[in-house]
Design a protein around this ligand. Structure first.
Ligand code: NAD
Length: 370
């Protein structure tokens, strides 16, 4: 079994994700200084929180959003507050439009003092009216086509952002492929992608199947990308917030949640800042919920306790995938290894047989297969 320099053993060492997060390890906000960061949907909610915190700490932040009024006002306010002309910029961008995103990235490179992009945050998201299970008038000759705006923004938009990140991040001048042994305060240049999932990535969300589907897709994207982070050299991490009071949560949901606990924007910003700032973190996820005081019992279960209880901790942040990459993703890798071994065992004979079969199928339509 291989052992990596971080002490990870077995397949974990091959997968090369950083170890489970330890939230007690401090990070410095100033580690984001001089980084050029693109935030889609940065005009309000979490995005605005990210932009303000990172720009205040010396980053150059480029906001891409459809909301021109809010985005422009935010960038202007931050430039004034920080006294830095390069602190924040606004670029109109509709993430569902490929060319609009291409323009955002090109503009970010143009505005970047070092001519590159260090971090991309695929944050833009919506929750449009979700009527998937309501076909409407059942006596109509045929149903109306459903509204998939949520999928367009939360899935297609995020995939466009990801594709562009994989084009621009490796070209970032002075950056190196990600390395979980890096010294974060010394590493000015980075190659990092942050995805915005949700607790709806992990659990079903009643009455909003499209939103749930879209956020499950974002989680699937994260889990797939992180498996090859060490090949492309791009750090991919995800933030998975619970309900947090922003414009995206419809009033009816706020009403249903009344009396329960909601998370806070500042905790989402804290989670994302750790992932952006600390260049050692590769392939990790953080769930953000309401701040609670908990204590672990002998079985490892967390119990809610009153503040100040001995041995308790107060936290809003949890890591849902602490060990799964050893148990699940490593399993996937084992299967791939076995498939590779099968290919090797079949050798040239196997390859030629398959190619001949394929050619026969293409030319004469013979041979089985699905
Ligand atoms: N607030 C929550 O409870 C919560 C929970 C989990 C995940 N999230 C996710 O966090 C992300 C940010 O949400 P938020 O809560 O800050 O919501 P928000 O509505 O405050 O912010 C979303 C931003 O995205 C922008 N946007 C919408 N469509 C766009 C498009 N086509 N192109 C570019 N920009 C567009 C909006 O103008 C807005 O500025 C979303 O991906 C959301 O799904 C939110």
């Amino acid at each position: 079994m291989a052992t990596s320099s971080t002490g990870l053993t077995g397949l974990s060492a091959y997968i090369k994700q950083s170890p489970p997060l330890d939230f007690s390890i401090p990070f410095e906000d100033t580690w984001v200084k001089d980084r050029t960061i693109v935030v889609t949907g940065g005009a309000s909610g979490f995005g605005a929180g990210f932009v303000r915190r990172w720009a205040t700490n010396g980053a150059v932040v480029v906001i891409g959003d459809v909301n021109v009024e809010k985005g422009d006002a935010l960038a202007k306010a931050i430039r004034k507050e920080t006294g830095r002309e390069s602190a924040a910029h606004f670029v109109h961008c509709d993430v569902t439009d490929w060319q609009s995103q291409v323009n955002l990235f090109k503009e970010a490179v143009r505005l970047s003092p070092h001519g590159g992009i260090d971090t991309v945050v695929a944050n833009a998201g919506i929750q449009a009216k979700d009527r998937l299970q309501e076909p409407g008038d059942l006596s109509a000759a045929e149903p109306q086509s459903p509204n998939f705006a949520t999928m367009d923004v939360n899935v297609t938009g995020v995939l466009y952002t990801t594709h562009l990140a994989y084009y621009w991040l490796p070209k970032n001048p002075g950056s190196k492929p990600c390395n979980m042994n890096s010294v974060p305060d010394k590493q000015r240049r980075d190659r990092s992608l942050i995805l915005l999932g949700s607790v709806a990535s992990l659990a079903p969300i009643a009455a909003a199947p499209l939103y749930g589907t879209s956020k499950h897709a974002v989680l699937g994207l994260f889990r797939s990308l992180r498996a090859t982070s060490h090949m492309e050299g791009i750090r991919v991490n995800i933030v998975l917030p619970y309900f947090i009071d922003t414009a995206i949560v419809p009033p009816v949901a706020k009403l249903l949640l009344a009396g329960g606990a909601m998370g806070k924007v500042e905790d989402v910003v804290e989670a994302a800042t750790r992932l952006v700032a600390d260049t050692r973190i590769v392939g990790r996820g953080i769930v953000v919920g309401p701040k609670v005081t908990v204590k672990q019992d002998d079985t490892g279960e967390f119990k809610l306790v009153t503040k100040g209880t001995e041995g308790s901790t107060e936290t809003a942040l949890w890591e849902p995938y602490a060990d799964d990459w050893e148990e699940v993703d490593a399993f996937g890798r084992r299967v791939v290894k076995i498939l590779n071994a099968v290919e090797q065992a079949r050798g040239w004979y196997g390859w030629i047989t398959d190619v001949v079969k394929l050619a026969g199928h293409r030319l004469f339509g013979v041979g089985g297969g699905s």
